[in-house]
Design a protein around this ligand. Structure first.
Ligand code: FAD
Length: 43
């Protein structure tokens, strides 16, 4: 069964954590909760 990860905040930090977690374990199901109108635009 795949693991679920919930990240609060879709800024640079949240997006970086999501990308790195997915690299470490591609089977993860990751959700980002962002209270603002936009998520990270950083590369
Ligand atoms: C005017 C300005 C210009 C900048 N220009 C640059 C630049 O040119 N280059 C550069 O490298 N850096 C720049 N920075 C710095 C950069 O924006 C920050 O270092 C970076 O955004 C920090 O990322 P973070 O994910 O830690 O925090 P944030 O970007 O603040 O992300 C946190 C996110 O969490 C969300 N959030 C908070 N509480 C909740 C909640 N309870 N539920 C859901 N979501 C929540 C917020 O809406 C936010 O989107 C600039 C900063 C400012 C203020």
């Amino acid at each position: 069964m795949s693991k679920n990860v919930v990240i609060i905040g879709g800024g640079a930090g949240g997006a970086s954590v999501a990308a790195e977690a997915k690299r470490m374990d591609p089977s993860l199901s990751i959700s980002i909760i962002e209270s603002g109108s936009y998520t990270s635009v950083a590369a």
